[in-house]
Design a protein around this ligand. Structure first.
Ligand code: UD1
Ligand code: CA
Length: 462
């Protein structure tokens, strides 16, 4: 479409009291600015200019994957929203046409609010149109000041407002449509003559009125979505509502979310029907969960692929792993990056696995560490088995072939290979390869001294 989007994201976000620029604070698993960018990409303008300043490199880095669709504009000093737009002007491809200005700290806004604003702006052949909202509590926002006939006169920022103006509940969302020639003219005529000593973009309203312009506005029917995030309190509020919405969306797609108020699913996660997610579960990043799974309480799954009918028992942690159909994990298991559990594998309590593949139907039911290993099919890994994968310098691999049986309390000192169908006696320290179909035991033989207790008792007495 023939318009340009300018997205403002240069401010530090002083009220966040953070060492991180405001627009990079995560919201349901994604940086705040990602939401504004999504809208921009969705609207498909001719150009997307994103104004950055504070920690500019970090912002660019965070969105390097989308760099080809974005023109980054640097605002060297954060002198206000009008100054930010002024920095973007030289990057405009055209000296005519419409610009839609959007703020990077208003992430909840919906696409239809923007399309409606653009549409009204065009239909009314307006030069300047603001998206406004009527709020119960307008504190902190710029207020829309109108005359008695309802004509928009100006926008007054909270810090500059008089009591009567503060009582106004109609606010500026920050989202503005403006024709380029008028914008250029207005920007030349603004002053930083206000409480914050900043160039306010909102002052283009009063400038327009002074030039005899009639300023249009569209009131959003979704005022909560206009929430501007200035503090961490605002951030928590936005987070809560996004999370609730995500859970409700999945519920309508056939996922049972037992308590949507206490389930934390990132906006990047996907789930399939008949999966049940119990409270206090966290599904993060690029996690995908298949059909008919049961994700029990306290589970944290990050960037992982979970197949169908997988059962994750309480308090398990799964990171960058793959869990295939009908596998069972936990309670209290830890799958670290690079773990693959094949179909129907079972991993029980206090089992930690890293960079390892566990074959179909294999089991490690309790108290085990498997690192850098390859476990075949139908293997039984007994309680307390440990792969000693690290010699202080390098990591080594352990291979356990199909149908092997590892007795409890075994140490597999890598590099080592246990042949197909072999047995390892409990309590063994295995340092050499074991050929297929054999038994390896490496523990000292048991000695028994009969009558020893009585002798000991005698010695004590004398
Ligand atoms: C702004 C509006 C206010 C509106 C509110 C909506 C102005 C003067 N005020 O106030 O009317 O009700 O948003 O949420 O526009 N930014 C820059 N460069 C700067 C300053 C800010 O890029 O020099 C960016 C910020 O990164 C932010 C956005 O502009 O994304 C808004 O700035 P902020 O300081 O949060 O403005 P508000 O005080 O919230
Ligand atoms: Ca703001």
């Amino acid at each position: 479409m023939d318009f340009t989007i300018i997205l403002l994201a240069a401010g530090k976000g002083t009220r966040m009291k953070s060492g991180t620029v405001k627009v990079l604070h995560p919201l349901a698993g994604r940086p705040m600015l990602a939401y504004g960018l999504d809208l921009a990409f969705g609207l498909g303008p001719a150009q997307i200019l994103v104004v950055i300043g504070y920690q500019a490199e970090r912002v660019q880095e965070a969105f390097s994957g989308q760099a080809s669709r974005i023109t980054w504009v640097l605002q060297p000093e954060q002198k206000g929203t009008a100054d930010a737009v002024r920095c973007a002007v030289p990057f405009l491809n055209k000296t005519r046409g419409t610009v839609l200005i959007h703020y990077g700290d208003v992430p909840l806004l919906r696409m239809d609010s923007l399309t409606r604003l653009l549409q009204e702006h065009r239909e009314r052949k307006s030069k300047l149109t603001f998206l406004t909202a009527v709020l119960e509590n307008p504190k902190g926002y710029g207020r829309i000041i109108r005359d008695e006939t309802g004509r928009l006169l100006r926008i007054v920022e909270e810090a500059d407002a008089r009591d009567r103006e503060r009582a106004v509940r109609e606010i500026n969302t920050g989202i503005t449509c403006v024709e380029v020639p008028f914008l250029l003219e207005a920007l030349k005529n603004l002053e930083a003559d206000n409480a914050q000593r900043e160039y306010y973009l909102t002052d283009i309203a009063a400038y327009g009125v002074s030039q005899g312009l009639r300023i249009a506005s569209v009131i959003t029917d979704d005022p909560f979505r206009a929430l501007g995030i200035n503090t961490r309190k605002d951030l928590a509020e936005a987070e809560k509502s996004i999370r609730l919405e995500i859970c409700e969306r999945w519920a309508l797609e056939g996922v049972t979310v037992v308590d949507p108020h206490q389930t934390y699913i990132d906006s990047t996660v996907t789930l399939e029907p008949d999966t049940r997610v119990e409270p206090n579960s966290h599904l993060r990043g690029l996690t995908r969960v298949g059909r008919g799974c049961l994700i029990e309480t306290g589970t944290v799954i990050t960037d992982s692929t979970i197949g169908s009918q997988v059962h994750v028992k309480p308090y398990s942690i799964i990171q960058e792993s793959q869990v295939d159909d009908r596998a069972v994990v936990g309670p209290m298991a830890h799958l670290r990056p690079g773990t693959v559990l094949e179909k129907e594998a079972r991993v029980g309590n206090f089992v930690e696995i890293k960079k390892s593949r566990v074959g179909e139907r294999s089991k490690a039911a309790h108290l085990t560490y498997l690192g850098d290993s390859e476990i075949g099919k139908d293997v039984n890994v007994g309680c307390g088995t440990i792969t000693c994968n690290y010699d202080g310098v390098a990591k080594h691999r352990t291979v356990v072939e199909d149908n092997a049986f590892i007795g409890s309390d075994t140490q597999l000192v890598a590099p080592v290979r246990i042949g197909r169908g072999s047995y390892i006696g409990s309590g063994s320290t295995i340092t050499r390869d074991v050929p297929p179909d054999s038994l390896a035991v490496s523990r000292s033989r048991q000695k028994v001294i009969e009558g020893w207790t009585a002798q000991k008792g005698k010695r004590k007495k004398t």
